[in-house]
Design a protein around this ligand. Structure first.
Ligand code: MF3
Ligand code: CO
Length: 255
């Protein structure tokens, strides 16, 4: 079921968006050569406790995970791109790290992700991140009343295809509200003018992610981490966006 939020509710959703943005900004600063993924998770966990927020991940057990998630972050390194289960791993020079974080504040959720290179970038990694970010910007630009979900999907896909990337439509964006995952699904490829009409009050996570040389994923034995089938590297960019009469409002915008 698709739920629309009133302007007052959208105002109430801002603190969650700001908090998620703050945590990701802090994680981007903290992510460095020599830092353990578990330290990043612990840092975010501390921020959650200090803020009186709630993690959306800890006990989350959807059909696409083998067991309750158990951490507050997804940390996906190099050829891992989505749902990376934090584990005892020390970041190395040149690692491409994607961090995905969702939390609820005052009963409202925000969900956002970024990719970053620690240390010296390898060929192509910064470009791949830039494509994910540009695709996110294009998707946000299409998130206006009068458009449809397919216009967001098509805008994302145009950027990816322009960069010669193929797209996996199994995992994508989603409605966000009192819980992390709601309707509608916002695929990273689709047909313009199709799908649910965008109306003021619709709040969605838009989240393009791409792999450098394939659209096929494999799951790790941990039952969560999704990596490319061919070892090529991945990048992810995500914001929670409210569609308003005045245009898209990016709730998780970082300064
Ligand atoms: N936040 C992710 C998304 O962007 C979902 C993570 S699910 C988890 O939709 F269980 F891994 F936490
Ligand atoms: Co999401």
């Amino acid at each position: 079921m698709i739920e629309l939020r009133t302007p007052v509710e959208i105002e109430q959703m801002r603190p969650a968006g700001r908090f998620v943005a703050e945590v990701l900004t802090r994680l981007r600063e903290a992510a460095d050569v020599g830092v353990n993924l578990l330290e990043l998770d612990a840092l975010a966990h501390r921020m959650i406790r200090e803020r009186g927020a709630e993690s959306c991940y800890i006990d989350y057990h959807p059909s696409f995970g083998a067991r309750p998630f158990g951490y507050v972050l997804c940390t996906s390194v190099n050829d891992a791109v989505l749902h990376g289960l934090p584990h005892d791993y020390v970041l190395q020079d040149g690692d491409l790290l994607s961090v995905d974080f969702a939390a609820s504040v005052d009963g409202w959720v925000s969900d956002s992700a970024l990719s970053v290179v620690v240390g010296t970038p390898r060929d192509g990694d910064l470009e791949l991140i830039a494509v994910a970010e540009q695709a996110l910007e294009a998707g946000i630009g299409a998130a206006v009343p009068g458009n449809r979900i397919g216009d967001i999907s098509a805008a994302i896909a145009a950027v990816a295809h322009g960069a010669g990337l193929s797209i996996n439509t199994e995992f994508g964006g989603h409605g966000v509200g009192r819980t992390m995952h709601g309707d509608p699904h916002v695929a990273n490829d689709g047909r313009p003018g199709r799908g649910y009409p965008l109306k003021p009050g619709l709040v969605i996570a838009i989240e393009p992610w791409f792999l450098a040389a394939t659209d096929e994923l494999r799951m790790d034995p941990d039952g969560w981490t999704l990596r490319s089938a061919d070892g090529s590297r991945g990048a992810h960019a995500e914001h929670t966006v409210a569609i308003t009469a005045d245009g898209p409002l990016v709730l998780t915008a970082r300064d």
